[in-house]
Design a protein around this ligand. Structure first.
Ligand code: SF4
Length: 431
């Protein structure tokens, strides 16, 4: 309570206002959140203002109510108000902390730096596709491979050979076709030069594959029939050329859907074991001894084009060189006697092939070892930042709703952090 002198001073201050008088008060203490008792000077001001004001909402306005006060504090991002806000709004406080951490120049747990599971392992088992996915964006890898959050299938993507169900039909049909090929060739009754016989095999294979995938192919029976015919036509064209090529070049398919591991020692005591499932393995054998002299792995993809297999694309294209290693191991041959081939099949029968001959191995090996080593070490260390190769990666990513639209810019601010430097090294050097 002020004494008479203070009241006189207050009255003089009020009287000196020419157009507008703004009186402010603190409703709560910023640090503790305790509400504060109004100053006794405010009561006569309120009474006078209400009496003088005939307009509906009055001129006397409470500028800040309790919630607005909190919003005001939060907007000003005052560090000294944080303990108070954190107590009142724990979730919002965590959000604010995450936001600040993500925009900082350091990599934190809020960016996906979850840390190692335990002491560094001597071996990491990881598939080549998982490594490629990590290279594309570690956080997406984390969501899908560690948390098991899979984005829903795009229903439109299942229309055409590119869709996953129809891709599976094509894979299975090729497996069935070549299984029969191997069986009859081994028995010495292969119908060479009798295309009608091949066609019958293929139609049987497609029909069986479609039956096995019936639920996935299409829920509309007519559409399933059309899709099945489209797959059969595309495979017919591919296999007509493929069986001719096998005869001319002396390759024999000998194994299908074979699991073979590639293994790379990547330094610092870490060995990376890379399980592969090889769609088809062809061998060339010495006519005299019958021993394999060359091996080839054929990988079918129901994608639009087969990328250049001699490029590692910053770690996002590792599969073919690792297949090369795996097939060499399968056939017990030196890598330079092997080749890895990717065949991209399209529903209109168009086929694209990309072959990686083993003679490229020596030139590619250092970059491959670097990419596999750095990516594996980052995974072992538990580093999963949102670090897509380009901003466009986020545009097409189903996790954008979680990461927000600025993930790429946030990652760029942290480019000096060791994990991101290691990733940048792979992207720059494993070309
Ligand atoms: S939105 Fe971007 S940062 Fe987030 S997971 Fe997808 S690609 Fe990675």
């Amino acid at each position: 309570m002020g004494g008479p002198a203070e009241w006189r001073l207050f009255a003089a201050a009020v009287a000196s206002a020419e157009r507008r008088l703004v009186a402010s008060r603190a409703r709560a203490e910023a640090l503790t959140g305790r509400s504060r008792v109004d100053s006794p000077y405010l009561a006569p001001l309120r009474a006078r203002a209400s009496a003088c004001d005939s307009r509906p909402h009055g001129r006397m306005r409470e500028i800040l109510d309790a919630a607005a006060f909190d919003v005001h504090l939060a907007r000003r991002r005052r560090r000294d108000a944080e303990p108070y806000l954190a107590r009142r709004y724990p979730l919002a406080a965590r959000g604010a902390m995450a936001r600040r951490a993500r925009w900082s120049r350091r990599l934190t747990a809020w960016d996906g730096l979850v840390g190692a599971d335990g002491p560094p392992p001597a071996t990491l088992v990881i598939s080549p596709t998982a490594l490629e996915q990590y290279a594309r964006c570690p956080r997406r890898f984390f969501f899908e491979r560690r948390l098991g959050v899979m984005p829903p299938e795009d229903p439109e993507a299942s229309e055409g050979l590119q869709g996953r169900p129809l891709g599976s039909v094509a894979h299975r049909a090729l497996e069935l076709f070549f299984a029969r090929w191997i069986q009859e060739w081994t028995a010495g009754v292969l119908p060479q030069g009798r295309p009608a016989e091949w066609q019958r095999w293929l139609d049987d294979a497609v029909a069986q594959a479609a039956r096995e995938q019936a639920a996935a192919v299409a829920s509309v029976p007519g559409l399933a029939r059309l899709q099945q015919e489209a797959v059969a036509d595309a495979l017919r064209q591919f296999l007509t050329a493929e069986t001719e090529r096998l005869e001319q070049e002396g390759w024999r398919p000998e194994a299908l859907e074979r699991s073979v591991e590639a293994e790379l020692a990547v330094g610092e005591g870490l060995v990376v074991r890379l399980p592969n499932r090889l769609d088809r393995v062809d061998l060339r054998r010495d006519p005299g001894t019958g021993r394999p002299v060359a091996a080839r792995v054929v990988d079918y993809k129901t994608s639009r084009a087969a990328p250049d297999p001699t490029h590692l694309e910053g770690g996002t294209s590792l599969q073919l060189p690792l297949y090369l290693l795996a097939v060499a191991r399968y056939a017990s041959l030196p890598v330079d006697c092997c080749e890895a081939e990717r065949v991209a099949l399209r529903e209109d029968g168009w086929t694209d092939r990309a072959t990686l001959p083993g003679i490229h191995w020596q030139a590619m090996e250092p970059s491959l070892r670097l990419a596999v080593g750095e990516l594996a070490r980052l995974i072992v260390q538990g580093s999963f930042p949102g670090a897509p190769v380009t901003a466009r990666e986020c545009d097409n990513c189903p996790f954008r709703v979680v990461c927000g639209p600025e993930a790429w810019r946030q990652a760029r601010r942290k480019a000096g952090e060791p994990s991101l430097q290691a990733l940048a090294k792979v992207r720059e050097q494993a070309r």
